[in-house]
Design a protein around this ligand. Sequence first.
Ligand code: NAP
Length: 242
Amino acid sequence: MAHSSQVALITGANKGIGLEIARQLGAQGMTVLLGARDPGRGQAAAAELTQQGMDAHAVPLDVTNQESINAAAQAVERDFGRLDVLVNNAGIALDNGPASAISMDTLRRTYDTNVFGVFAVTQALLPLLKKSDAGRIVNMSSGLGSLTQNSDPGWGFAGVKPLAYNSSKAALNMITVIFAAELKDTPVKVNAADPGYVATDLNQHQGPRTVEQGATIAVRLATLPADGPTGGYFDEDGIVPW
Ligand code: NAP
C-alpha cells in the first residue's frame, strides 16, 4: 500500500536551516527524511523531531558522494516508493577573501557540494519525484547568488563577494531554471529559495535572522499548490531578481 502521508527529503538536515525546514514540514504532517553526511548527527536530529511527535527518519547522505546518493535514493524507493518534496539544502561557505586570493581547491570543494551535489541528488531522486502527484524541488540558494544584486553597488550586501560561494549559488540558480524548464509539462515544480541572512554555523551565527525565519520560504515552496510558480527565485517577501 502506498505511504499515506507526504514524504520529504531534506539534505543537510542535521542542523541549521535544514533541520528547521524538516521540523516545519514534519509539523505539517509530512514524513520527513533528514539527509545527513554523518549518520550519528542525522540520527540525533531525527530523534529530536520524533520526540516532538513527528514522523522523522535519518538518511545517510553525503551529497558529494555518488554511492551515498544512490543508496539514499534506493532507500527512499524501498521504504516509500515515491518522493513528494526534495529540499536541496546542504551547502558550504569556505571563502571570505578576495577572488584573486582563493585557491582552486576552495572553488572545487565549494562547487562539489553547492553545485554538483545538488545536480547529482536531483538527478537521482527525480524518478521518485515524478511518481508523486505534486513533486516539489526547492534549491537553497542565497541572495548572494543573484547577478543583479551583485552588480548593484548600492545593494545592502554589495561588499560581500566571496567568489566561490556567490558563483556556486548563481550556478545553482541556473540549474533551477533548467530543471524547471525540462519539467514544465509535469506536476514537478522547481524553485530557488533565498532564506536571508540567518544565524547558523555557516556564518558563525552572525546573521540577524532566526532559522525559523530562514526556513519559511523553503517550506512555502515545498508546499506550493498546483497553480504555484516554477522556475522562480524567491525570498520571504516575493521575487528575488536573478
Ligand atoms: P549550516 O548550519 O552550516 O548547515 C549546513 C548543513 O549542510 C549541515 O547539515 C551540513 O552537515 C550539511 N552539509 C555540508 N556539506 C554536506 C555534504 N557534502 N553532504 C551532506 N550534507 C552536507 O548552514 P545553514 O546556514 O543552515 O545553510 C543551509 C543552506 O542555506 C546552505 O545551502 C546555505 O548556503 C544556505 N544559505 C544560508 C544562509 C545563512 O545566512 N545562513 C543564507 C543564504 C543561504 P554537517 O553538520 O555534517 O557539516
